[in-house]
Design a protein around this ligand. Structure first.
Ligand code: 5GP
Ligand code: MG
Ligand code: MG
Length: 178
């Protein structure tokens, strides 16, 4: 069913049951991969707030959770290639195993910017877990991108935390622009 958000129309792309199933699978993998350490999950706000909440509920090993806030879209449907950095997180990640939780990797600029910042703090390891990936938009490969929920076409999506003009984050399913 088509829905309207502001001046755009969207149609369903990924149903919430499919998201849940994928999150369970990724959670299982994370529990296995990080069983010998205490990872620090770094959620990238705003878009990943539902994803990190759901993924963290699947984690049954000791872990820490913190957040950073980065924005690059400024209300449009194209990446602005400029990043606004609103929160510098305070957890000391030196020597820690860090897992960045992203909603979506599009051009990869935001992820690369954050990775550069994190690397400077000398963590033991850094990996990225993104719910969505647009492989066709990626400007250069991200070596640390180890966990991906769904690969999608180069299309603008909303729902499950992702917004259009700050609307639609509450939608349970993910929709694409018609
Ligand atoms: P990148 O820096 O990889 O180009 O874009 C990353 C950020 O842009 C994402 O974390 C997300 O906030 C935003 N973004 C990229 N693609 C989309 C999209 O299709 N829909 C929405 N709502 N945001 C997107
Ligand atoms: Mg994001
Ligand atoms: Mg946005």
């Amino acid at each position: 069913m088509e829905i309207s958000i502001a001046d755009l129309k969207f149609e369903p792309l990924i149903k919430s049951a499919a998201i849940d199933a994928r999150i369970k699978a990724i959670g299982k993998q994370l529990n296995a991969d990080y069983q010998h350490t205490v990872p620090v999950f770094v959620g990238v706000l705003n878009g990943s707030f539902l994803f990190i909440a759901d993924i963290i509920k699947q984690i049954d090993i000791p872990c820490e959770v913190t957040f950073t806030k980065l924005a690059s879209y400024y209300g449009g449907t194209k990446s602005s290639l400029k990043i606004r950095d609103d929160i510098d997180f305070s957890v000391d990640i030196k020597g820690r195993d860090v897992l960045v939780i992203e909603d979506i990797v599009d051009t990869g600029n935001t992820a690369n910017y954050l990775l550069e910042k994190l690397r400077a703090k000398q963590p033991a390891s850094i990996k990225v877990c993104s719910l969505l990936l647009k492989p066709a938009s990626l400007l250069k490969p991200i070596e640390e991108l180890k966990y991906v929920g769904f690969e999608i076409e180069n299309e603008f999506v909303v729902g499950y935390g992702l917004d259009y003009k700050e609307m639609g984050r509450n939608l349970k399913d993910i929709y694409k622009k018609v």
